[in-house]
Design a protein. Structure first.
Length: 260
């Protein structure tokens, strides 16, 4: 079957996540399936990452398998014409028919935006923290996450006992930009709500309620999950990487909050 690689951006605020679900019509994948079916007939669409309700996609990758070949630019233009305003295909190409967006990916990059001031314009894209945060402490904590760790303390309890909590974090960074603190993490895969739980703990470190050493201890102890979870509004799937690709984008906001 002709197969296409799609790069998609979406604002997740109105949606129940990426993955189409039987009784939940408002999903990103569901809208793509309905639009693509009107353009080329029956299709199969699979994404590289199953973003949760309210989480955004800056560069989600999906494969689309169709029963007939179409020019990739025509395909994306016609599908975009049928999509809601907050979902858009930004790139499309014909690829090997065996390409699989999730199985072939070698790493994923997530970016979380923490606002240090109230903002009237960017509220759907940040987590506003009223307290003063120690960026240096957050940065030190981020670097401790790099490497191979058991993230049991930062995974959802509803995971099955046989599921592995081991994740190799390629890199993790934090930096200030305008009135934002940015938290970026790259790994081969992520546990359910792992990034949001790590961000919530990083905020507690920034507040002075915990230390980077506390984070390291939780990773080593395989502690039970007792952490709060940061809201989905600040989280973006920033990139999905495949063999031969490198990620060298500067650590910058996806939706800026300018310092006043």
């Amino acid at each position: 079957m002709p197969t296409y690689k799609l790069t998609i951006e979406y604002e997740g605020t109105r949606y129940s996540g990426w993955q189409a679900q039987g009784n939940t019509p408002k999903t990103v994948q569901g809208h793509l399936l309905r639009a693509a079916t009107q353009v080329v007939g029956e299709v199969d669409i699979g994404g590289a990452g199953r973003t949760d309700a309210g989480v955004h996609g800056a560069a989600q990758v999906a494969h689309l398998r169709a029963h007939k070949a179409v020019d990739p630019l025509v395909l994306s233009r016609k599908i975009n014409d049928l999509l809601p305003h907050d979902i858009s295909i930004v790139a499309s190409s014909r690829v090997n028919d065996r390409f699989h967006a999730r199985h072939d990916a070698i790493s994923r990059v997530y970016l979380y935006q923490i606002a240090t001031r109230r903002t009237a314009f960017a509220k759907p894209f940040v987590w506003w923290i009223k307290d003063r945060l120690d960026l240096g402490a957050i940065t030190r904590a981020a670097k401790l996450l790099e490497g191979r760790h058991d993230f049991s303390a930062f995974s959802d309890r509803r995971m099955k006992e046989e599921d592995s909590r081991i994740v190799v974090v390629e890199r993790c960074d934090a930096a200030a930009s305008g009135d934002l603190i940015l938290f970026r993490i790259e790994a081969s895969h992520f546990l359910w709500k792992m990034v949001r739980k790590l961000v919530a703990f990083a905020v507690e470190i920034g507040r002075g309620n915990a230390t980077p050493e506390d984070l390291a201890a939780r990773l080593k102890a395989n502690a039970a999950n007792v952490e709060p979870t940061a809201p989905p509004s600040g989280l973006f799937l920033e990139a999905v990487l495949y063999p031969g690709e490198a990620f060298d984008r500067p650590l910058e906001p996806i939706v800026p909050v300018i310092r006043r």
